[in-house]
Design a binder for this molecule. Structure first.
Ligand SMILES: Cc1cc2nc3c(=O)[nH]c(=O)nc-3n(C[C@H](O)[C@H](O)[C@H](O)COP(=O)(O)OP(=O)(O)OC[C@H]3O[C@@H](n4cnc5c(N)ncnc54)[C@H](O)[C@@H]3O)c2cc1C
Length: 274
């Protein structure tokens, strides 16, 4: 059996009415090796209610020993912070009503609960060579955006456009850069889906080279990406653009169609760099 990586919940804190922060530590994190990315993520494994096995477990062994309905659900969560000295891991989980697996699990988590995962992976980090930084996203991208804002070079011009449900859903953000931050608030209407796109369209575009990080709901991200490529002239190498989740689809449904969606998204705007 492979040694599973897992964290024991030490503390749970509601950052906003819909984001719960879990502080994890323990022997299961001994083998955890952080990557140098501010969008680092882990693949968590959450067993269904009544599963005949207990955490910590080996995901592969569980899959070999039990029928599919008993397999743990897989979800991705950003490493909001990893402390190499205390070996503590923070993850911030969006609780979007009673729906889903991970949201309700995090909402109900208590000290002593165990979270099994694999990882981390990840690839983006604010690049010192960029003249300015653009970060756009919703609550699911907030952990990566918050970690990225903390990592921009001192004084670097940084533009962040973030969407949430209202002022009580905003969180404090630290940034050593020259930060232009705007929170956008959903109103419960169809126009919510273009709040981020419209905010990016309205930007008075700064001079110089930009590195963009745009993550969140799939259809919203796709439109923003199209705008950045087609109207703002960005090339693909200067953006990290990924659909984290898809409205009206569970993560299982989304993963089944994600590769095709991303392939279509990639072909949205033809460009010499492919
Ligand atoms: C690399 C990566 C990093 C991620 N990091 C984080 C993170 O740090 N924190 C975080 O909260 N999420 C993060 N996500 C997104 C998260 O994995 C998905 O939102 C996931 O679907 C949530 O699982 P669930 O079990 O709660 O809901 P699911 O069972 O997947 O979905 C149930 C229903 O809820 C809807 N739904 C799912 N997510 C949201 C949402 N954010 N807001 C509103 N409705 C939603 C679905 O469309 C579906 O209708 C990340 C995704 C990726 C790919």
């Amino acid at each position: 059996m492979e040694v599973p990586v897992y964290g024991v919940v030490r503390e749970k804190e509601w950052l906003t009415p819909s984001i719960v922060r879990l502080r994890l530590s323990g022997d299961g994190l001994e083998g955890f090796t952080m990557v140098a990315a501010t969008d680092a993520y882990v693949n968590v494994a959450i067993p269904p209610d009544g599963a005949p096995y207990a955490a910590p477990f080996d995901v592969q062994e569980v899959r070999e020993a039990h029928p599919k309905p008993l397999w743990p659900a897989r979800r991705r969560y950003t490493v909001r912070r990893w402390d190499d000295e205390t070996r503590e891991l923070l993850i911030d989980v969006v609780v979007h009503g009673d729906e889903g697996v991970a949201g309700p699990w995090a909402a109900g988590a208590a000290p002593g609960d165990v979270l099994v995962f694999e990882g981390p992976g990840g690839g983006y980090r604010p690049d010192r060579a960029a003249d300015w930084h653009l970060l756009v996203g919703d609550e699911s991208a907030l952990p990566a955006i918050a970690a990225s804002l903390e990592a921009v070079p001192e004084g670097a011009h940084t533009v962040a456009r973030l969407v949430c449900d209202g002022p009580e859903h905003e969180i404090a953000l630290d940034c050593p850069g020259d930060l232009d931050l705007e929170w956008l608030h959903r109103s419960g209407r169809a126009a919510d889906a273009t709040l981020l796109l419209d905010a990016v369209r309205r930007l008075d575009w700064p001079q110089g080279s930009v590195l963009a990080f745009v993550h969140g709901e799939a259809t919203e991200i796709r439109e923003i990406r199209r705008h950045l490529l087609a109207d703002r002239g960005l090339d693909r190498s200067s953006m990290s653009c990924s659909p984290y989740w898809r409205r009206e689809m569970t993560d299982e449904q989304w993963r089944a169609v994600k590769a095709a969606f991303v392939a279509e998204m990639e072909s949205d705007v033809s460009s010499p760099d492919g």
